[in-house]
Design a protein around this ligand. Structure first.
Ligand code: NZQ
Ligand code: ZN
Length: 382
């Protein structure tokens, strides 16, 4: 098992009716900025619940943070927060609103152009306190210190981590998910499945507990996937999904294991260049990653085939079946897993490969996902 340090300071408040508890968690004198997205919270009653809970507090609002949050929008929020003397941020939304809010929180403690810390994340060292009311189970952003922000003028989508960027608390009320469009439920299933794989499907380090924990999350998603696609208003199913998505990227399953993340880095490019939903990009890339990196990931592919998919046969047959099962699972949820199905061709592959070359990126758990292999992976997914 690899050495590790583990710490996660986010307080989780989980269950029906829990939004009402937020006032007690926010310092009485705080000048709060509530951030949100394109208006879903106004339609599903979450906005009213938050406002009711904070009725005796000073709250500035900033709405309009878009999916794949944009630098240009967030800069406006930073200006408003400075002008109003905001010292506490409350993100009410999915991963995009939460990530955007982490960017705002970091920028408020940063002198200079905030894009600096996207290019060089070591510059993200401090943040205004933030908390979240999660409305979409997928990213784990409600319980981690990472964020992904896009900038249209550069066609870029970059990630950063801030040691001070963990939400102070996050409220997870499964009932707020009933209003989600089915497409976002599917995105969330694929995203949390991929987060688990990024920390599991690497090479064996004898981190037995983490392996079993990761397999537990994967098995839960395989079981819940078809049920949630059918309908997502059954409380216990949605509650289990919500907890799974949080556990898939809050650092727990990373204890003592190597991490990959190459699929995510390639996926971010597909979103930056073509606007594909984050979850969709992962469903496209992951089977190709497994195929091209099959030798490096072989032992774990076999274990994954046995324990998650119940495959029998020779090790080679198991590894092969695991790749097919993964693609079939994503497709069974209704995701188109081929680049050609999204009208994406050779030009995009060349662009991404060249960009990774310029950035000097050799990705994956062992740095073996070179730009050449990225080309192979994407060609495999045509
Ligand atoms: O904008 P509103 O009106 O709120 O609508 C949103 C949005 O259109 C809607 N929605 C959210 N909750 C809803 C709802 N609609 C009805 N009812 C509800 N309860 O769903 C749409 C998508 O929301 P978004 O926040 O974009 O989705 P998601 O949570 O999947 O976040 C995706 C973003 O997170 C990043 C992705 O790259 C992408 O930018 N990620 C962040 C990570 C992290 N911080 O750790 C890790 C991930 O790998 C990922 O990269
Ligand atoms: Zn993701």
């Amino acid at each position: 098992m690899n050495n590790f340090t583990f710490r996660n300071p986010t307080k989780l408040i989980f269950g029906k009716g829990t939004i009402a508890q937020i006032a007690a968690e926010i310092p009485a004198e705080a000048k709060i900025m509530m951030t949100y997205g394109g208006g879903s919270i106004r339609r599903n009653g979450v906005y009213d619940q938050v406002k009711a809970a904070l009725k005796d507090r000073t709250v500035v609002e900033f709405g309009g943070i878009e999916p794949n949050p944009q630098y240009e929008t967030l800069v406006q929020a930073i200006g408003l927060a400075r002008e109003q003397g905001v010292d506490f941020l409350l993100a009410v939304g999915g991963g995009s609103v939460i990530d955007g809010t982490k960017f705002i929180a970091t920028a408020l403690k940063y002198e200079g152009d905030p894009w600096d810390f996207m290019v060089d994340p070591s510059k993200a060292t401090d943040a205004v306190p933030l908390a979240t009311v999660l409305t979409l189970p997928a990213t784990g952003s409600e319980m981690n210190n990472g964020a992904v922000v896009s900038r249209k003028e550069f066609n870029e989508k970059l990630a950063f981590h801030n040691p001070k960027g963990y939400p102070l608390f996050s409220v997870l009320d499964p009932e707020v998910c009933y209003s989600l469009p089915q497409r976002q439920i599917v995105n969330g299933i694929v995203d949390s499945f991929a987060h688990t794989l990024e920390q599991y499907l690497t090479f064996d380090t004898q981190s037995m507990v983490m392996d079993r924990w990761a397999e537990g999350l994967l098995l839960t998603l395989v079981e819940l996937g078809p049920k949630l696609v059918e309908r997502h208003d059954r409380y216990d199913e949605v509650a289990n999904f919500m907890l799974t998505a949080t556990m898939a990227l809050n650092g727990f399953i990373a204890m003592g294991v190597p991490q990959d993340w190459a699929t995510h880095m390639i996926g971010h490019e597909l979103t930056a260049l073509h606007g594909l939903d984050h979850g969709v990009t992962l469903a496209i890339v992951y089977p190709g990653m497994m195929k091209v990196m099959r030798r490096e990931k072989f032992d774990k592919l076999v274990q994954y085939a046995e324990r998650v998919w119940g495959v029998t046969g020779s090790p080679e047959q198991k590894a092969e079946a695991a790749i097919g099962k993964t693609d079939a699972f994503f497709r069974s949820l209704g995701v188109k897993t081929r680049l050609s199905e999204h009208g994406i061709g050779e030009q995009t592959v060349d662009f991404i490969v060249e960009r990774f070359r310029k950035r000097g990126w050799n990705l994956g758990e062992s740095g073996k996902v070179t730009p050449e292999r990225v080309a192979e992976i994407l060609h495999d997914r045509m």
